[in-house]
Design a protein around this ligand. Structure first.
Ligand SMILES: NC(=O)c1ccc[n+]([C@@H]2O[C@H](COP(=O)([O-])OP(=O)(O)OC[C@H]3O[C@@H](n4cnc5c(N)ncnc54)[C@H](O)[C@@H]3O)[C@@H](O)[C@H]2O)c1
Length: 479
């Protein structure tokens, strides 16, 4: 079977998310088409089946059921997160395969046929466990340059990478003119300086959260990026989860009617359990100077999700407390068997918030709240409740370290709360219990960033602009 994966390219003009067939194939050679089904609505697929004049279309998830004589000649996968119409896309593909090939520029992002190249600054825990697997998994994206100030961190990542990927300095990396975008995955204290360097070099930028350390800095960097005309993204990868997409779709369809109240509770032991990475236990978990605390480090994700689901959340009073006021320094060593051994050192003061109760207002005037702690003895995870005048949505994420679970539940007036089927065929590996879930979300997000750079999508990721609103609310809550 010929895979069309390499040939997947946006239409140079006109049709959003169009794809080209491989040169070796013409439309009339096709016996059937298989579509990577993650991005399409069921109705859209039905419309597309009608639009291609009898040619069978199989979702990749349905392939096993295809009759043997009609196995697809081409398998088309489309970058996750594209706002494409499948019918439009197939019509475009058909037109392209019948028309002579259009002249394309040799400049990479202008012709949009080649793999995007990404540089990564900061190769710590989160980069190694999630960002690099995400980059490797993203379609048409190559990890082309890396830098970390720690030689050990570089060593852990560099093995097996082709020559020329490791850079000796930030300056060397940002000056590489083959990079399309640069991902900053250092701790927050270094974000501002690095973002400035990336924007000054005219590169598109993805930055880890918390982006900047306060509203004024965030606003200044957003302004700088706007003037430079670069695409910006902040890593709030949860926007790409099947759960939150499902919630957003249901809210938009009016499943709950007019929202009358929304709340989220997030409770974990992240900042008191020494078996989490030391940076969490101490810096991010406990020290304000390191942009630490449960609000900036964890709840910024939920403030962003309020924006994603409802458009905005306006701060209307809150209380941020430090309940565990001191805890022991961590002393780490490695046993003869190579295991990480932890012991308690001297007690040290905690000055960042670890328990918060925040109130807010949604665009329709409905009250919204966030209650969170990461100093809990027992992790209960994430619990959303969205009440409307027609129904309710409830989400309890109690697996995978307490953040995520698969059970999105709901009820309409007169019904009892029951599991709502998530659109599995669309979001198969975006479900919280899918293997490598975090990397999958980051892959989807990066593909979406590249699609925006290529002007093929509006994008649904958080931007420096949207993160300014997160910072504004956090400062209001933490006066
Ligand atoms: N989006 C999420 O869900 C999520 C989850 C965890 C962490 N994070 C964020 O990821 C970022 C990194 O967290 P981590 O746990 O990987 O931290 P870490 O301390 O494990 O790793 C950070 C790395 O950055 C390097 N570094 C620091 N300053 C640098 C500089 N100026 N130039 C080059 N390299 C530098 C360090 O040497 C280290 O290797 C933080 O901003 C954190 O908030 C995001």
């Amino acid at each position: 079977m010929l895979r069309a994966d390499d040939a997947i390219a946006p239409m140079p003009m006109g049709i959003r998310g169009g794809v080209a067939l491989p040169a070796a194939l013409a439309w009339h050679d096709l016996a059937a088409i298989s579509i990577g089904a993650m991005v399409f609505e069921p109705m859209d697929i039905a419309a597309a089946k009608a639009a291609v004049g009898g040619l069978p279309i199989y979702l990749s998830t349905e392939l096993a059921n295809a009759p043997s004589g009609s196995q697809p000649a081409a398998q088309i996968s489309v970058r996750q997160g594209h706002a494409v119409s499948l019918a439009e896309m197939l019509a475009g593909m058909r037109t392209m395969s019948e028309a002579p090939p259009a002249a394309t520029s040799s400049k990479k992002r202008a012709c949009q046929l080649m793999t995007a190249k990404i540089g990564l600054i900061g190769l710590g825990n989160f980069a190694r466990r999630n960002i690099i697997p995400g980059i490797n998994r993203a379609r048409d994206l190559d990890l082309a340059a890396i830098y970390d100030q720690s030689p050990d961190a570089v060593r852990m990542v560099a093995e097996g990478l082709p020559p020329g990927v490791v850079c000796e300095s930030v300056d060397e990396l940002v000056r590489r003119d083959d990079l399309d975008l640069i991902y900053i995955a250092t701790p927050s204290a270094a974000h501002v300086e690095l973002v400035e360097a990336v924007i000054a070099a005219g590169r598109h930028v993805v930055c880890e959260k918390p982006f900047a350390s306060n509203y004024a800095e965030a606003a200044r960097l957003a302004d700088m990026a706007r003037k430079a005309g670069v695409v910006t993204a902040v890593d709030h990868e949860m926007r790409y989860s099947a759960i939150y997409r499902g919630m957003k779709n249901l809210l938009a369809e009016g499943y709950v009617g007019n929202v009358v109240m929304a709340s989220v509770n997030f409770s974990t032991d992240y900042s008191v359990n020494p078996y989490y990475p030391a940076t969490y236990y101490w810096n991010f978990g406990s020290i304000r100077m390191h942009t630490g605390g449960v609000m900036r480090q964890a709840i910024s994700h939920f403030i962003d999700l309020y924006q994603f689901l409802f458009g905005s959340i306006e701060a209307r009073g809150g209380y941020c407390a430090t309940m565990i006021k001191q805890k022991p320094e961590l002393i780490e060593s490695v046993s003869d068997q190579g295991e990480r051994v932890l012991s308690a050192g001297a007690m040290r003061a905690v000055d960042a918030d670890d328990a918060i109760a925040l109130s807010g207002c949604l665009p329709n005037g409905a009250p919204a709240s966030i209650a969170a702690t990461w100093s809990a003895a027992v992790t209960t995870g994430t619990r959303w409740l969205i009440q409307g005048d027609e129904g309710v949505l409830s989400y309890e994420g109690a697996v995978l370290g307490g953040l995520w679970g698969d059970s999105l539940r709901g009820a309409r007036r007169g019904e009892t709360l029951a599991d709502l089927p998530l659109p599995a065929e669309q979001y198969a590996d975006m479900r919280p219990t899918a293997p490598g879930y975090m990397g999958g979300l980051i892959a989807a997000q990066l593909e979406d960033v590249v699609a925006v750079i290529d002007k093929r999508s509006e994008g649904m990721f958080a931007t420096f602009e949207s993160e300014c609103a997160v910072w504004k609310a956090m400062e209001e809550w933490d006066r």
